[in-house]
Design a protein around this ligand. Structure first.
Ligand SMILES: Cc1ncc(COP(=O)(O)O)c(C=O)c1O
Length: 405
């Protein structure tokens, strides 16, 4: 089969592949524990469901403007004012089919072939592939001090004449760490000075713990003119547990939004009217569900960290937000793909290999499931890896006996 050069360079999304694998095993009746997931388990806000159902019942579900409905843009403008302290105009906003599409379209609007995009490692699996889809070059900046907290020097070192953009994701998928206000200030200042685009992927900015507050990049920006190269990305997937609704957005200069809208208009037209109606209702509706989710995740994080801390040889940084942690399992196997496969095969626990996020020897573990899944999942992993654990393990009625260590 003849496929394009670009298509040949693109890797499948590891997280989506694992989701499918877990679903197939579950359908077969296997007692799989999914610690690889990227979505909260709570249901969508009732306001969202009622709004979408109302529009659906009307039977008049039509095309929307390529940059989103007026109501959705209004909701995003209010959201931006509330969480970022920044007043923007409808022309500064584009609604997309998820934050993923908003980032992709932004990259298509700014990147030429061979130009470079820098992002700190560990990074979200899609950034390198998105850059490659634009025939651009992804460049990971690994924090030199071995932590998950980059310093501006780590970014600076990677900048060259081909650098076009920097992507910052905080709180971060997969590490869960939230970068400091000082770092965000440094990055904003640096990108303004060097005339680089800065994409702030804030998709987890309301899911933060320990009384931390979301950081607004606008607090550190000085250029609010049409030359501003700041692009802020957000969406409803994580904070409202509405992953399947596929609504996200970008806030940027009017000129850039215009270009992005032209691109999106030819790709997918505007996002679904039905799903935008649901998103408007979620953003404007009762917000207690976001707080409930945040509190649940904070508690889940504590449980997961306590269990991992009692796991011989495993090192983990306490996440400040999201629903992931990125634990160093290199003491057991430095090859994270092999380790992840092994855990799935031996004890039916799904984890995501660290190498997919640009760091070998780690596993990404999600705590967006139930406490039972977290505790049982980690116990199964301990049993499979730690030679000091008991020789037998029960998974439901099934007795497993260690026969390989
Ligand atoms: C860092 C990051 N950015 C963006 C997205 C995409 O979110 P959406 O569901 O809105 O496309 C995800 C989803 O996993 C993510 O982890």
């Amino acid at each position: 089969m003849s496929i394009s050069q670009i298509a040949r360079t693109i890797n499948e999304s590891a997280t989506l592949r694992l989701n499918e694998k877990a679903a197939i095993l579950r359908e077969k009746g296997d007692p799989v524990i999914h610690l690889g997931g990227g979505e909260p388990k709570s249901s969508a806000p009732i306001d969202a469901i009622v709004a979408a159902a109302g529009l659906l019942n009307s039977g008049a579900v039509r095309y929307t403007p390529a940059d989103g409905t007026r109501a959705m843009k209004k909701a995003i403008i209010r959201y931006t004012e509330e969480f970022y302290g920044r007043k923007v105009a409808p022309e500064n906003v584009m609604v997309s089919g998820g934050a993923k599409q908003a980032i992709m379209v932004a990259l298509q609007a700014i990147l030429n072939p061979q130009e470079e995009v820098i992002f700190p490692a560990p990074y979200w699996v899609s950034y390198p592939e998105m850059a490659k889809l634009c025939q651009a070059i992804p460049v990971a900046a690994v924090p030199e001090d071995g932590s998950f907290y980059p310093r501006i020097q780590d970014i600076e070192e990677k900048v060259g004449s081909y650098t076009k953009a920097v992507i910052i994701n905080s709180p971060n998928n997969p590490s869960g760490v939230m970068y400091s206000a000082e770092f965000i200030a440094d990055v904003v200042e640096f990108c303004e000075k060097r005339d680089l685009y800065l994409i702030m992927d804030d998709i987890y900015h309301r899911l933060i713990f320990d009384q931390k507050k979301p950081i607004s990049c606008y607090d550190y920006a000085t250029d609010f003119s049409e030359n501003s190269k700041l692009i802020v990305i957000n969406g409803i997937s994580k904070q409202y547990a509405m992953t399947g609704f596929r609504i996200g957005w970008a806030v940027a200069s009017k000129r850039l939004i215009e270009v992005m809208t032209t691109i999106q208009g030819h790709q997918t037209s505007g996002p679904s009217a039905l799903l935008q109606a649901a998103a408007v209702a979620a953003i404007n509706g009762v917000q207690s569900q976001v707080e409930n989710l945040r509190v649940t995740l904070e508690n889940n994080r504590d449980v997961m960290i306590a269990h991992l801390n009692s796991f011989a040889g495993v090192k983990v940084t306490k996440p400040d937000g999201t629903f992931y942690c990125f634990a160093d399992f290199s003491v057991y196997d430095k090859d994270s793909r092999r380790l992840s496969e092994y855990l799935l095969e031996k004890v039916q626990v799904v984890t995501v290999p660290g190498v997919e996020f640009g760091m070998e020897g780690y596993l990404r573990l999600s705590y967006c499931g139930s406490i039972k899944d977290i505790t049982e999942g980690i116990e199964r992993m301990k049993w499979a890896l730690d030679p000091d654990s008991p020789n037998e393990l029960y998974i439901g009625e099934r007795k497993l006996v260690r026969d390989w260590a």
